[in-house]
Design a protein. Structure first.
Length: 94
């Protein structure tokens, strides 16, 4: 049996979280969590994870702070941080 990578996705926006899940769950073991504090708890109790994908801007704790707290527990997983930006804003910044 082929071993599947274990990925945790954290985003307080359920639309983006479900979109990421729909695309990735076919090939990976997915854990999706909408709260950064619960994500840290799951990181400890359900780990180890191969990859952590987090939104940068979340309520209560931003994704960078959450990933730094997780890194203090284990620096093994790869970490990816996302920032959704409206296309009009991206065009203005280019």
């Amino acid at each position: 049996m082929i071993e599947r990578y274990k990925i945790m996705c954290v985003d307080d926006d359920s639309y983006y979280l479900s979109a990421i899940y729909r695309v990735l769950h076919i090939a990976f073991d997915m854990t999706i969590i909408s709260d950064p504090f619960q994500a840290i708890q799951a990181f400890v109790s359900q780990g180890p994870f191969d990859v952590i994908v987090a939104d940068y801007k979340m309520s209560g704790m931003d994704g960078l702070e959450m990933l730094n707290k997780m890194r203090q527990i284990s620096d093994q997983p790869k970490r990816i941080i996302l920032q959704v930006m409206p296309i009009w804003r991206l065009q203005c910044e280019l």
